[in-house]
Design a protein around this ligand. Structure first.
Ligand code: ARG
Ligand code: GLU
Length: 722
């Protein structure tokens, strides 16, 4: 069992251990023999041990890092809380950005140079690629500033400050209010807080976020820079080396990085793209450590984790690992097999579907690790036992019965949640109908000349989509109970006789199957009569009118119950430090470089090298086919030990991609980009034995920039430290 150290049982255990020590001491020091001394030491160590094992999980709020700094320092960190986060002085937070809408990036020079993952910059690199300049395939290096490529639509956000605004946000709220009324109080107050916060200056953006299920509210004020330019990227065969085969896995050899530059106006303020803009001068940037990493080294991750669910009930975990994940995995397994079949038959289709296939496969693989981890750790049983202890403690208090209440609300909501999950994996995932909906929308708002047909159809393979229709709508039929199925679905199915026959009819009568035939529909009203559009509308309306309201109605009550349960857990385990679930706000996670044992008899060492890249290299296998120039460089000799990736036990999740991995001195040693498959349940429960994050060793980035990119000028901008 993880976290055993600070559960109520753990506390009891601690108390007993300390009590016996105190008793021994009270008996008089002279009475303590060497054996007793040893015993005492063992007891003390045993008492402290679980705490140490437990303390590595967590995603802490930087503004409250004072509360953790003693622990961080005890584990090797050499800087102060103010070095991490300070409102008045430049601190490490000023070098970290939210990159786009779901990744992290960091500044590594005084002239706005930024580094993040290759998979975070992927969309931008792709946008600048063409047949003549295939930057995805060949990589890209701007040799001078004028060659840096503008990226419209991309922005980066620096956190200016964060602040507890619970009191203001809840002003006017009274206990007698319904959850709906509370909601509108929170919304109105938040709006005012945000308006006030952004009044102060240009480029400011703010949001108010609920923490601990709304027991607390925090204001986050960002400065958003929108002139960000592409500076460099390795070829995908390095930046995405291992592809989906190695995704979520160790040993890993991916050079997952890309580089950008942030530009500002001449006063260093945010400004839209302009040739007049100049490189942004950050308040703080990371120095790059070339000293290297080894097992046991302190590591600290500063970034924007997206979402975790650490305090949910056993009923919610059960829904995830036993109901929703297995069904979604099953449906995606079918979709991936269909895509793979066509991709292996045609080079064109392989390129068309590589990105789509990767994103379908990414969550699919993660969910499998999550289910496995939850089951292996008996998370449901552990949570049930915890709930039992919680209820014993809660008798007679305002928290009594809260876990049963959550379980019954969850049970009530479950059919609707499940219908939503199945809908998103099936009807909503079909390409034909979603294209139909987009094109009808375009026709309505912009007319036929405003439809970019080529963009919609460039990566479309109708054969894949048709087979997916059959697999997915059969899954819909099997998973969604008949009484919940939309009327439209049932009548169409009855009319056609089978999903297969329905697919035949749909794909032979819809004009949206190809660019040529779609172009015939020039009027929105006419296009809206197409069966693919009707399919989209009917299924969506069912979701929006029947399923979603049921979910919403219950989610208010569930929120209320979860808020009370969260408060209850905090009162129940007074000694435990609770971190708020991730919500794409800036967090600190710390730990150390360490390997793990994925299975009996196996131990994974935490560091990988270029030698391993060469061992995997295989021109026949797309995911492992490295560029010839890398083979040539390697052949020169002396590069075997070039570090590539490393493992650590920092608590991270999606959104932490690109996050700086920082050493005890506050210098950059790597870029976080993944987690190990066996540990992906850390979004729900962190097992210190096997939950590991995977990072790129910054020295591999330097090696690639220099040896492949010949972009030494970029390295010259950085401050390298030994
Ligand atoms: N698993 C990582 C994440 O969740 C990396 C995904 C990109 N890489 C890939 N091979 N699909 O984002
Ligand atoms: N690759 C993930 C991302 O893009 C990070 C891996 C994780 O989920 O921890 O955010």
């Amino acid at each position: 069992m993880h976290r055993s150290g600070k559960t109520a049982d753990g506390e009891l255990q601690l108390f007993i251990n300390f009590a016996s020590v105190i008793k021994a001491i009270e008996q008089g020091t002279d009475k303590i023999t060497t054996i007793d001394m040893k015993k005492i030491l063992t007891i003390l160590i045993a008492a402290i041990m679980p705490l140490a094992a437990w303390a590595d999980d967590g995603m802490w709020l930087p503004s409250l890092i004072r509360e953790r700094i003693a622990d961080m320092q005890a584990k090797g960190f050499k800087l102060s809380a103010e070095d991490i986060y300070s409102v008045n002085e430049a601190s490490l937070k000023d070098a970290v950005v939210l990159f786009g809408r779901g990744c992290t990036g960091e500044l590594i020079s005084a002239e706005g140079l930024l580094i993040t993952n290759h998979h975070c910059g992927y969309g931008q690199i792709q946008r600048h690629s063409s047949v003549e300049h295939d930057y995805l395939r060949d990589g890209f290096w701007a040799m001078k500033r004028s060659e840096e490529l503008p990226c419209p639509g991309l922005s980066v956000s620096f956190l200016d400050r964060m602040e507890d605004v619970t009191e203001v946000v809840l002003r006017g709220y009274e206990k007698s209010m319904s959850e709906e009324q509370r909601d509108s109080v929170v919304r109105a107050n938040s709006k005012a807080v945000i308006a006030d916060a952004v009044r102060a200056g240009e480029g400011l953006r703010a949001s108010v976020e609920a923490l601990y299920y709304g027991n607390q509210y925090y204001l986050f004020v960002y400065r958003e820079y929108s002139d960000v330019r592409l500076v460099g990227a390795p070829p995908s065969s390095i930046g995405k080396f291992g592809g989906d085969t190695d995704n979520w896995m160790w040993p890993r050899h991916t050079g997952d990085f890309s580089m950008f530059r942030v530009y500002a106006d001449k006063d260093n303020k945010p400004a839209g793209y302009s040739e007049e803009n100049v490189p942004y001068q950050p308040k703080r940037f990371f120095k790059v450590s070339v000293a290297g990493v080894k097992e046991g080294d302190f590591t600290f991750i500063y970034g924007f984790p997206g979402s975790t669910k650490e305090y949910i009930s056993s009923a919610s975990v059960n829904y995830i690992s036993e109901i929703s994940d297995p069904a979604r995995i099953d449906i995606r397994t079918q979709r991936l097999a269909i895509q793979k079949k066509y991709m292996s038959q045609s080079q064109k289709v392989r390129i068309q579907y590589s990105s789509k296939n990767a994103s379908v496969a990414n969550a699919w693989k993660k969910w499998q690790g999550e289910v496995k981890g939850i089951r292996k750790n008996h998370v449901i049983a552990t949570k049930q036992a915890y709930e039992q202890r919680f209820e014993d403690w809660a008798k007679g208090s305002e928290y009594e019965g809260i876990t049963a209440k959550i379980a019954s609300l969850e049970a009530e909501a479950q059919p609707y949640n499940f219908a939503r999950d199945i809908y998103t994996e099936t009807a909503y995932a079909l390409e034909l109908s979603s294209m139909a909906s987009k094109i009808v929308g375009d026709l309505k708002s912009r007319g036929v000349d405003g439809v970019n047909y080529a963009a919609y159809y460039k990566d479309y393979c109708v054969d894949i989509d048709k087979e997916c229709f059959v697999a997915e709508m059969n899954a819909f039929k099997a998973y969604v109970p008949e009484e919940l199925q939309p009327e439209y679905f049932r009548t169409e199915l009855a009319r056609c006789g089978s999903v297969e026959a329905w697919a035949e009819e749909m794909f032979s009568s819809s004009a949206f199957v190809s660019e040529e035939s779609a172009k015939i529909l020039t009027e929105a009203a006419e296009a809206a009569k197409d069966p693919a559009y009707i399919f989209y509308r009917s299924m969506y309306n069912w979701y929006a009118d029947v399923i979603r309201p049921e979910i919403r109605r219950r989610s208010l009550e569930i929120d209320l119950a979860n808020r009370a349960y969260m408060r209850g857990q905090m009162a129940f385990e007074k000694e435990r430090d609770f971190f708020p679930d991730a919500n794409l706000t800036l967090r600190v996670a710390y730990g150390h470089v360490c390997g793990y044992s994925p299975a009996d008899g196996t131990y994974y060492r935490p560091v990988s090298t270029l030698k391993g890249v060469m061992e995997k290299d295989n021109p026949e296998i797309f995911d492992y086919n490295i560029p010839q120039v890398l083979r040539d460089i390697y052949a020169k000799g002396g590069f075997e030990d070039t570090p590539v990736c490393f493992l650590a036990n920092n608590h991270t999740t999606g959104g932490n991609s690109g996050s700086p991995v920082i050493n005890a001195d506050g210098n950059l040693i790597g870029l976080n980009f993944d987690r190990v498959w066996e540990g992906t349940m850390s979004d729900i429960v962190f097992d210190p034995e096997i939950c590991r994050n995977i990072s790129l060793d910054i020295r591999y980035a330097l090696f690639i920039i220099k040896e492949l990119g010949h972009a030494d000028h970029l390295i010259d901008e950085m401050v390298l430290v030994k």
